[in-house]
Design a protein around this ligand. Structure first.
Ligand code: ADP
Ligand code: MG
Length: 261
């Protein structure tokens, strides 16, 4: 019997849809007609050489950069533009952006706030949630990332790996629909990379929907549902990790991968 649901056409099931996104800075075209989509529970690993546009793409996804062309949809809702075509105001943009959790290479923790202060800040001030409830959830999130005893410490007294785990807990505290990671382990001492990847792997196992920009090929191979390889602002190749790593189709992907062997 034929399946009655055509998954490919079932756009409502997509958490994220990026369609034809282009972006230039002056005369430098950084993204060229980039399209990708992501279903709930998928982990997309975004690979590509430095400068190919990965961070710009993530910043377009949460509208920190406005694409010159194309569209971003989160749970079918278009970013930046209301149904009738009018531009979204700041409050609506902020509300939509809050559905996307972002984890940065350099952590971007607030230095003047304690660990728990960093985690509860946005749920309380942006989402206007109950402080006591948010605090309790924050303590549970700290336990989840293995930092239950660090709630009252300040970021400056933490290792890089601990800071990044706080960064992940902070993103999770907003209960986002999707998590974006921009090279979350690239600034870390190699000794500390594993503890962060382990937390990310747990999230993936629990069904989190994630876009991960990384140079950790082993992580990508093991955890990704799908790989997207970019070069010079374009999606060059996309596929299952086993296929991409064992039999890359394009010369550019082959050349890129030889650097990691
Ligand atoms: P990646 O994350 O893959 O290393 P980026 O998205 O950071 O690549 O950068 C892609 C290109 O866009 C680079 O040439 C970079 O210099 C340029 N770029 C990124 N952000 C800006 C900006 N805000 N203004 C001007 N150029 C930028
Ligand atoms: Mg980058």
């Amino acid at each position: 019997m034929k399946d009655t649901i055509d998954v490919a056409d079932n756009t409502a099931a997509k958490v994220l849809q990026v369609q034809g996104v282009s972006k230039s800075f002056g005369s430098n075209q950084v993204l060229r007609d980039v399209s990708l989509d992501l279903s709930k529970g998928e982990v997309l690993c975004l690979l590509g050489p430095s400068g190919c546009g990965k961070s710009t793409l993530l910043r377009c996804i949460n509208w920190l950069e406005t694409p010159d062309a194309g569209s971003i949809r989160l749970n079918s809702k278009r970013f930046g533009i209301h149904k009738g075509g009018a531009k979204m105001g700041d409050a609506d943009l902020a509300r939509m952006r809050a559905r996307i959790g972002m984890v940065f290479q350099h952590f971007a923790l607030w230095p003047h706030l304690s660990v728990i202060g960093n985690i509860i800040e946005s749920p309380i001030h942006v989402q206007k949630r109950n402080k006591q409830e948010v605090r309790e959830e924050a303590l549970a999130l700290l336990a989840k990332v293995g930092l239950q005893d660090k709630a009252d410490m300040y970021p400056a007294s933490l290792s890089g790996g601990q800071k990044q785990r706080v960064g992940i807990a902070r993103a999770l505290a907003m209960k986002p629909d999707i998590l974006l990671f921009d090279e979350p382990t690239s600034a870390l001492d190699p000794m500390l990379v594993g503890e962060v990847l382990e937390v990310m792997r747990d999230l993936a196992d629990e069904g989190a929907t994630m876009v991960v920009v990384t140079h950790e090929m082993e992580f990508a191979r093991q955890v990704a549902s799908r790989i997207i390889f970019m070069d010079s602002g374009e999606v060059v190749e996309t596929g299952q990790p086993a296929h991409f790593f064992n039999a890359p189709q394009t010369l550019k992907a082959q050349q890129f991968l030889t650097r990691f062997h």
